[in-house]
Write a protein that binds this ligand. Structure first.
Ligand SMILES: NC(=O)c1ccc[n+]([C@@H]2O[C@H](COP(=O)([O-])OP(=O)(O)OC[C@H]3O[C@@H](n4cnc5c(N)ncnc54)[C@H](OP(=O)(O)O)[C@@H]3O)[C@@H](O)[C@H]2O)c1
Length: 289
């Protein structure tokens, strides 16, 4: 079984690994796709410390190929989204935590389900935090996967006014996605006191965030946890959150932007592409033959 292992900073290898034996409570999944996240890049380049060596990734989609004899066999041969803190960038994933294997609804594609991990799930957590606000929301990094999903949820379920912000090179992409996904931003936005700022970018926009802090705006960030005056948000999604998001997709109320798909054998190419390209949807790594 092949796995993508991080062996050092800026060092990854595709290695042959022994398959983990099936225990009575295990479930074994043949991997279809894993999402390539900014978090993975930060681990690879050493900005996020990690144990070395380790298998990259914590989420995947795939098909259940074996189930331990103490677990219900109802998921056998079914497509699932699987979360596994011990790594998912591998051809087969063995999990011993039953709730973290979530069935994929029939009319949700493997690509869309994979795109829920590390972006749409975060958007749902943010949505729950901000949905009852009386403030005007300003979203920096609105063209990100998280931003596009958050704006769809705000449009479908609230009347909260929100203003998307993206850098100039992503303005056309953002406009196109706003139309395609029927997102309704606040076009009559006026300069207002007491805004709620959402930072999906990180330290590259700190000059703007400082201005907001000076204006007494409330600032929350998912991208940096050490900025004075900014509340950091990191909240794991629950299995029922993924089921909710899949239900929205299957009812055509939620769209997940997917960009490039790379075979795992071309992992270095995927890293290079993601490092040098703006966000145009989630890039995926395929483990299909
Ligand atoms: N706290 C948590 O638990 C958690 C979990 C998952 C993700 N995250 C974080 O959540 C954020 C969104 O994730 P995502 O996967 O949706 O991100 P993404 O699709 O990779 O998008 C990143 C966003 O940052 C913008 N950006 C990058 N460099 C920039 C710069 N120099 N100046 C201005 N904007 C810049 C991108 O704009 P362009 O398209 O123009 O490049 C894009 O809007 C990321 O920061 C990620 O690390 C946090």
């Amino acid at each position: 079984m092949k796995a993508i292992i991080q062996t050092g900073y800026n060092k990854t290898q595709i290695k042959e690994m022994p398959s983990i034996p099936l225990s009575p409570i295990s479930i074994k999944v043949k991997t279809n796709f894993v999402p390539l996240l900014r978090y993975d890049l930060l681990k690879i380049n050493g900005q996020v410390p990690t144990k070395l060596p380790s298998i990259l990734g914590y989420g995947a989609t795939g098909t259940v190929v074996a189930i331990g004899n103490l677990r219900s066999s109802s998921l056998l041969n079914k497509r699932v989204l699987i979360l596994n803190p011990w790594g998912t960038f591998q051809e087969k994933i063995t999990s011993n935590i039953p709730p973290l294997t979530i069935p994929i609804l029939d009319n949700v594609s493997n690509e869309e389900a994979t795109g829920l991990i590390g972006g749409a799930d975060l958007a749902l957590s943010l949505f729950k935090i901000v949905k009852n606000t009386f403030k005007q929301i300003i979203i920096y990094g609105a063209d990100s996967v998280t931003g596009l999903v958050l704006m769809q949820l705000l449009t479908r379920f609230t009347k909260v006014p929100f203003i998307p912000k993206a850098r100039t090179l992503s303005a056309n992409y953002l406009k196109q996605k706003i139309n395609e996904y029927n997102i309704k931003p606040d076009i009559e936005a006026t300069a207002q006191k007491n805004n709620l700022i959402i930072d999906l970018v990180g330290s590259d926009i700190n000059d703007k965030l400082y201005q907001h802090i000076q204006n007494n705006d409330e600032v929350i960030s998912v991208a940096q946890n050490d900025l004075l005056g900014v509340k950091f948000i990191s909240k794991p999604a629950l299995p029922k959150d993924y089921s909710f998001l899949m239900n929205e997709i299957s009812n055509n109320r939620l769209f997940i932007p997917i960009n490039q798909i790379f075979n795992y054998k071309n992992f270095n190419e995927a890293i290079e592409y993601q490092t040098t390209s703006p966000s145009r949807g989630r890039n995926l790594i395929s483990f299909k033959d």
